[in-house]
Design a protein around this ligand. Structure first.
Ligand code: UDP
Length: 237
């Protein structure tokens, strides 16, 4: 099937293909939290994440937002353009949850007056520390112009995703994006799945994302199935 493995992370693996510049991104059933200290295999999660991520990348493409996505290759694999990844993660928050609550003493669920973007340096060894624009530019992780583009794209993606999810009765609390360079241009990479988003039922507040696993709140694949079902996503088995 694919050629050699180029990278293996906690939730995904990348394989080379016979076409230069194209890779296969495989979504794994492995699920980790707390810097890998908590681990489980959730059967079917790879297929769900591949279906959800492919679906969102297609919606973004329709809205004119470029990404590494080419097509869904199989149940749990996406064909992508190989990017030169920038080691800066962008988190967008609409409500307070997770690390911002621990850091600033905010109550979970506090609605933010406007979407907030935060930057994190992608380093497993350092536990992805929060950084600002000056750190990223000073240490050469991205240029000021690239960071402006990343933040602007992240805000546009947030608006689109909020609208789509609202129609499905889901609140987009926060999410994480990663970007890379394709022919020198900043484009969206990585994934858009409930592993990297906080999604709450609009009526009940029920969590439909990886917090279900982090906090032992029930079945993870049931929650992800619910998200896929409400969005009308097919091919989730
Ligand atoms: N996130 C992620 N990968 C990371 C860190 C965060 O996908 O390495 C996502 C996380 O799922 C949440 C958002 O980014 O939707 C904000 O995460 P936060 O900073 O609150 O950290 P956490 O509470 O996940 O430790």
């Amino acid at each position: 099937m694919h050629n050699e493995i180029k990278y293996e992370g906690k939730g995904k693996a990348l394989y080379s293909t016979d076409t230069p510049g194209q890779l296969i991104q495989k979504f794994k059933d492995d699920t980790t939290a707390f810097d890998g200290k908590k681990h489980a295999v959730v059967t079917g999660k790879g297929v769900l994440n591949c279906a959800i991520s492919s679906w969102f990348f297609e919606r973004l493409h329709e809205a004119g937002i470029a990404s590494h996505y080419i097509r869904r290759e199989s149940a749990d694999c996406m064909r992508i353009h190989e990017l030169h990844m920038l080691p800066v993660e962008v988190v967008v928050r609409n409500m307070a949850a997770g690390s911002i609550c621990r850091r600033l003493g905010l109550e979970e669920g506090l609605k933010l007056a406007r979407p907030l973007t935060e930057l994190f340096y992608k380093s497993d060894a350092l536990g992805d520390p929060m950084i600002n624009t000056e750190h990223a530019v000073l240490f050469g992780w991205a240029t000021a112009e690239q960071l402006d583009t990343m933040r602007e794209l992240a805000r546009r993606i947030n608006r689109l995703m909020c609208d789509i999810l609202q129609d499905a009765g889901i609140v987009l609390v926060d999410f994480k994006l990663e970007f890379g360079l394709l022919d020198g241009k900043v484009v969206l990479g990585d994934e858009i799945t409930p592993d990297g988003c906080r999604l709450w039922d609009a009526q009940t507040g029920q969590k439909l994302d990886k917090d279900v696993f982090r906090r032992d709140l029930g079945g993870l694949s049931e929650a992800y199935h619910e998200v896929a079902h409400r969005l009308g996503i097919e091919g989730v088995a």
